[in-house]
Design a protein around this ligand. Sequence first.
Ligand code: GLA
Length: 381
Amino acid sequence: MGWSSWNHFGEHVTDADVRSAAAALIRTGMKDAGYLYVNVDDTWQGTRDARGVLHPNDRFPDMKALADYIHSKGLKFGIYSSPGAKTCAGYEGSFGHEEQDARMYAAWGVDFLKYDLCSFEDNMRKAQSEHPQDPLAGVKLMIAAYQKMGDALRSSGRPMVYSLCQYGIADPWKWGAAVGASMWRTTDDIDDSYGRITMIGFSQAGLSKYAGPGHWNDPDMLEIGNGKMTEEEYKAHMSLWVLLAAPLIAGNNLSQMSETDRRILANPEVIAIDQDSLGRQGERLAQSGDLDVWTKPLNGDRVAIGFFNRSWESRDAVLDLGDIGFSDGADLRDVWERRDLGHHQGAFATTIPSHGVRLFVVSRSRASVTDRGSDERPKQK
Ligand code: GLA
C-alpha cells in the first residue's frame, strides 16, 4: 500500500510534490491506515554522465535527501525505470545500466522499483524479426530483461519491492515471481473513468490462483480522488480492488484530498478485506446482465462479497447464502455502512445503486452455532 505520483501529477511531478504527499499521508491518517510507500513514477530522470551514472533532472535536486525525508516520516521510498533505453515518457531508461542503477537505488535508500516495459518493446520486435522461426523470441528477451534487473536488485544488498509493469504481456503471473517480482501489472493503463475501472477490474476473473502472500496481481494504481468519477463509482473502484487483493497505490493529490475521498481510501474495514491474512484474491461468483458478484475468502471462515451494478438504474439482487458455503445461515455486515445486519438464512436480498456497490462480510453465524449446540444436547428423558 502506498501512493504514486503518476495518476495525478504525471510528467510535472517535483520533489516538493512528493514531500507534500509524504507529509499528507501522515496528516490525513493514510499512513495509519497502511499506506507506506511513496513512489516517484516516470519523469524524475535527467542524463547520464561520462561514467554512466544517471542523475535526476532539475525537478529532483537530491534523491538521497528525498529518500531520507520520506524515511524520517516512517515511510518507504519508491522509484521508476524501464528495461528499455527510454521510459514511456521518453526519459532515460536502464538498458545497459541495470546493475549500476540498482546499486545507485540501494545507495539512495530506495525500497521499491516499478520497471516499465515501454521502449523495450522495440528490442522485442527486433529480436522477433531476427528469429522468425521462434514465435517466443521477443517474449524470451523481455523475461530475460526483467530477470536481469531482478538479479541486479538482489545483488544490490538492499531489499526492494520489485514491481513489473508490462501490461500483462505473456502472462507475467506465470513468471513474475521467478524473476524476483512481488507484483505485476495485469493490464494496460487505468484512467479516471468508470468504464475503465470496471473493464480492468472485471477482466481479472480467473487470475486468483496466481496471487498470494508476496506475489500479487496488480490491476494498476487507484484513481480515487482524481475528480472524474462519482462517490458511488469510487466506492465501486475501491471495493473491486480490495476484493482482488490488489496492491493499493493511491494516485490522487493527497495534499488536497476531500473528506469523502479520504473516507473511501482510508476506510479500515474495507482495507482489512484487501490486507486479509489469508492473502487470497477474490473471484467472480456470478454475472448477469449489468450485475457482477465477486467473493473473497477471509480468515476466520469469513467471506467478503461485493455486488456491482453497471447499469444506469439501481438494481435488486438476491444471494443464496448456501451458494457461498453458509447453508446454516450467517451473520452479515455492511462494510461501507459499518452496520451489522444480523443473522440471515437462505436468500438475502439487496439493492445496488447505479454504478455502485454493496460490500458485505459474511461470517459463520454465532446464532446458528448456538442453535446447533442446543440440538446436540442429549434429549431429556
Ligand atoms: C506507463 C505505465 C504507467 C506510467 C507511465 C509513465 O504508461 O503503465 O503506469 O508509469 O508509463 O510514463
